[in-house]
Design a protein around this ligand. Structure first.
Ligand code: ZN
Length: 433
């Protein structure tokens, strides 16, 4: 299972590729795609999925029971991770034919971790479609190191190890190479090196690219680490480890006949506040649940009853106790890597967890034979937020915020525990069976 996760992490180099990888796995497990704009025909036991904006996925297995009384069981996660997005007109020309790229930070990454690493480019590009309102989408992943962000030598900044603020605009521009005058002229004529590289990969002409959303991603593959192989390391563990745990559970329990409808909701744009049409603050999940209730003959009242009978596990990774920074952790509630899935609690309701939600999750852990831990912020630390509390502004559902304990959240390379991943899948399978 862990090897499948590592492979899927490598294939999911950005939000779009993550949605694509999830969709591919769902199709292999007999799920059929539905489009929001079409009429749907869904039957009890039916396995389907919807991709929204190429970057969010909502998969479901229709329950055999009465939607109003059996409700939904939902696992939610997010497809996006902090990275650098390539701006339009990206090329910046320097001495000796050097070309670097103008980029914008996406989300709150640890900038230092991005220096001096091999970087590649992935995302989606648009070409002309059937008419102006329907451009054609191409997913693209160069899958080879084409760029890197060289750090300034220590000789030019002796204080670099004593705290060194960074400017994204100045310090984080990736270099893509140096080229002859003829090459540079050719690139400029064809729309710039980014479009040339991407067009070559897709097999189109650069002039055909109308627009793009491309990001840089760390090109090193995910790997097992630690003397006993206890850890795994990769970019984008937050939150693809949870998205793939949810997928593993949904696919693994797909043959189980359940009265409730099971839903895996992988939203985009959590790292920027979820405020997009494919994000958790949008009505996308609520409308899907209402639609599924209506397709089973239920009206508004049945939908509201279904919502009252629904439980959601909002799965997003947590911070592990760090051996170098004991003072950052709460004295009695600090999860460790290898200690099992983590229930996240916040007195000011940044997490949706309450005693009821925690009790449900802890009981599921017990039934699955899995240990469970708590994460609560050190009382002088503000901490982050996640999907659960944002979703409850759209859906008044019961639930829990949980995740696995990881190190270096939002680094270009995060670390998590192999046994935690396996344990979380066991709990998710219990929830989906
Ligand atoms: Zn996250």
């Amino acid at each position: 299972m862990i090897n499948r996760l590592l492979k899927n992490l490598d294939a999911s180099s950005c939000n779009f590729l993550a949605a694509h990888t999830i969709a591919r796995e769902l199709e292999a497990a007999g799920f059929t795609p539905l489009r929001q704009e079409d009429a749907w025909d869904v039957k009890p036991g039916g396995r389907h999925y919807v991709v929204k904006n190429d970057s969010a996925v909502f998969a479901f297995i229709v329950g055999k029971g009465n939607p109003a009384t059996d409700g939904f069981r939902i696992i939610s996660a997010h497809s996006d991770s902090p990275c650098f997005k390539i701006k339009p007109n990206a090329e910046i020309y320097g001495d000796g034919g050097v070309v670097s790229l103008n980029v914008e930070k996406y989300g709150g990454g640890i900038l230092y971790t991005w220096f001096d690493r091999p970087l590649s480019i992935s995302g989606r590009v648009m070409t002309a479609g059937s008419d102006a309102l329907h451009p054609r989408t191409h997913l693209v992943d160069l899958r080879r190191p084409v760029a890197f962000i060289p750090h300034l030598a220590i000789h030019f900044n002796r204080a670099v190890n004593e705290g060194n603020p960074l400017s994204v605009q100045k310090d984080m521009k990736p270099v893509v190479g140096y080229f002859s005058n003829e090459q540079l002229e050719d690139f400029k004529k064809r729309g710039g090196i980014v479009k040339v590289l991407i067009a070559e990969e897709i097999g189109i002409r650069p002039e055909e690219i109308i627009d793009y959303e491309l990001c840089l991603y760390p090109a090193e593959p995910a790997t097992i680490a630690g003397a006993d192989g206890q850890y795994f390391q990769s970019a984008r563990i937050d939150d693809l480890s949870m998205a793939f745990a949810g997928l593993e559970a949904l696919v693994g329990e797909a043959d189980c006949e359940c009265d409730f409808t099971r839903v895996l909701a992988v939203f985009d744009n959590e790292e920027t506040g979820s405020g997009t049409k494919q994000g958790a603050a949008s009505p996308v999940l609520r409308d899907l649940l209402e639609r599924l209730t209506a397709l089973r003959g239920g009206g508004r009242e049945e939908f509201l009853r279904a919502i009252a009978n629904t439980f959601m596990i909002s799965a997003d990774d947590a911070h592990a106790w760090h051996p170098n920074y004991n003072e950052k952790s709460d004295p009695t509630n600090h999860p460790v890597i290898g200690g099992g899935p983590v229930v996240k609690i916040n007195a000011n309701c940044k997490y949706m967890t309450d005693a009821q939600g925690a009790a449900v999750f802890r009981t599921l852990c017990e039934q699955a034979g899995v240990k469970c831990q708590y994460f609560v912020n050190h009382s002088d630390v503000v901490g982050g937020s996640t999907l659960g509390n944002i979703l409850t502004s759209q859906l008044d559902i019961k639930g829990v915020d949980m995740g696995n304990a990881i190190w270096a959240m939002h680094s270009a390379r995060e670390t998590a525990g192999v046994s935690d991943q396996e344990d979380t899948v066991k709990v998710f399978r219990k929830f989906f069976s």
